[in-house]
Design a protein around this ligand. Structure first.
Ligand code: HAM
Length: 420
């Protein structure tokens, strides 16, 4: 085993035992998105590096340190997508989806960030992503948040809380940044190296620092909320009003700034304390300037993404049990002739009972061993094909979980009995 090739660090295999849980989350989300009129879009995982530099921002951790960027064979710089919003906007623009139109879109798939791997934080992880392009109204911020709240309910997830903030317009934020720079410059001696760097380049990110020695300094820093422009304030109040009307609880977090540069106005995060350090399970907000930044017309937009691995982890912590993959029918055959015939019978049944799960089991084992396997598999029925059955052109159906007599039936009768 010394020569085994190991996977790349932080990139996980999703094993068959996890597949039912992933499917449950994906199909619950897909149903909800459809109910709210969001259409699915599928995007490439590789994009031009410039897309992320211009959208997420040059001075963010993602772009500075975490992207998988390399030169394509023709010399173009390309990047494995670290998130989906930039790609959605790029696709909407390059496919002309925004010509006098609004779009409600969702997508899913793997994202790549070269972060330090730990529980809940991976280098390849998966997101479910929803974006509403061309919608400026506070109703849509609220609608998107309500969709996420509904998803938690649908999945039985209880231990999440919603935190919200408003980042205002870029103009209002510029004034605030200036105030912050002045404040932190007065306390320059207390700042760590990372914060000093941020002070020069992206001062609001200091508010995001996890360094405990900066906690008091950050707590006493000027608040963005006090610098919000009038319209952003009204917008934010409306969003809160709609959420209150439909009973979605939230907490205002004036320190929520988000790690991507494209946000304006509403930002939010669903957080939990059940996943250790990686508390954010779903995050998003409004990005009214991004479409124009990427070459389109001024188009307001808002969206969110949830981390699939984190949501599944949380669902498990909240008591999700895993549905096992159990066959409905387990085929048992006795003798070579029956073995040959049972393959065809199984195929006929699969075609006529498409919703039934059917296992051929271990046809080379002896009769008793096959019956034992059938029982252990959890199947509801054993379908027995032996010499008697061959002679009478019938099969025997034995209920494995109920006390009913074994029956000798034609294939048509099996279909009739099990198909209902
Ligand atoms: P984000 O906060 O960077 O936002 O990521 C969204 C979610 O992805 C996080 O809340 C978290 O659950 C999950 N996530 C992020 N990084 C990792 C990781 N390394 N391992 C596991 N899970 C992770 C965005 O990506 C924005 N594009 C969201 C958005 C959509 N905003 C507007 N529209």
């Amino acid at each position: 085993m010394a020569n085994l090739i190991q996977p790349v660090r932080g990139m996980n295999d999703i094993l068959p035992v996890d597949a039912p849980v992933w499917e449950r989350l994906e199909s619950a989300a897909a149903e909800l998105f459809a109910a709210y009129g969001y259409a699915r879009i599928r995007l490439p995982v590789l994009e031009r590096t410039e897309l992320f530099q211009r959208s997420i921002g040059e001075l963010t951790d993602i772009v500075e340190k975490e992207m998988y960027t390399f030169a394509d064979r023709n010399g173009d710089s390309v990047t494995l997508r670290p998130e989906a919003t930039a790609g959605v906007v790029r696709a909407a623009l390059t496919n002309g989806l925004l010509h006098n139109q609004q779009q409600k879109l969702w997508c899913s798939g793997p994202m790549f960030r070269r972060e330090k791997p730990q529980k809940g934080r991976y280098r390849q992880f998966h997101q479910l992503n929803v974006e509403a392009l061309g919608f400026g109204e506070p109703e849509i911020d609220a609608e998107l948040i309500v969709i996420s709240a509904r998803l938690w309910r649908k999945l039985g997830i209880r231990s999440v809380t919603l935190e919200m903030n408003s980042l205002g317009t870029p103009g209002a934020r510029a004034g605030y940044k200036q105030t912050l720079v002045e404040y932190f410059s007065r306390h320059r001696a207390a700042l760590d190296e990372e914060s000093l760097r941020r002070l020069e380049r992206n001062p609001m990110r200091i508010l995001d620092s996890k360094n405990p020695t900066l906690r008091d300094l950050i707590a006493a820093a000027p608040m963005l909320g006090d610098h919000l422009d009038r319209e952003s304030r009204d917008h934010f109040e409306s969003v809160q009003g709609y959420l209150t009307d439909v009973g979605v609880e939230f907490k205002l977090n004036p320190r929520l700034v988000r790690g991507l540069d494209y946000y304006t106005r509403t930002v939010f995060e669903w957080v939990t304390d059940r996943l250790g350090a990686q508390g954010a399970v779903c995050s998003g907000g409004r990005y009214d300037g991004l479409v124009a930044e990427l070459g389109g017309r001024d188009t307001p937009a808002v969206g969110w993404a949830l981390g699939v691995e984190r949501v599944i982890e949380l669902a498990r912590a909240d008591g999700w049990s895993e549905p096992e993959s159990v066959p409905d029918i387990y085929v048992v055959c006795v003798g070579e002739a029956a073995r040959r015939k049972s393959f065809t019978i199984a195929e006929t049944l699969r075609a006529r009972l498409p919703r039934m799960r059917l296992s051929l089991g271990q046809p080379s084992a002896g009769f008793k061993a096959q019956l034992r396997h059938a029982d252990k598999s959890g199947a509801r029925y054993a379908l027995i094909i032996g010499e008697d059955e061959l002679a009478s052109a019938k099969v025997s159906i034995k209920a494995l979980r109920a006390d009913v007599p074994q029956q000798l039936l034609t294939v048509d009768e099996v279909v009739e009995q099990l198909g209902g």
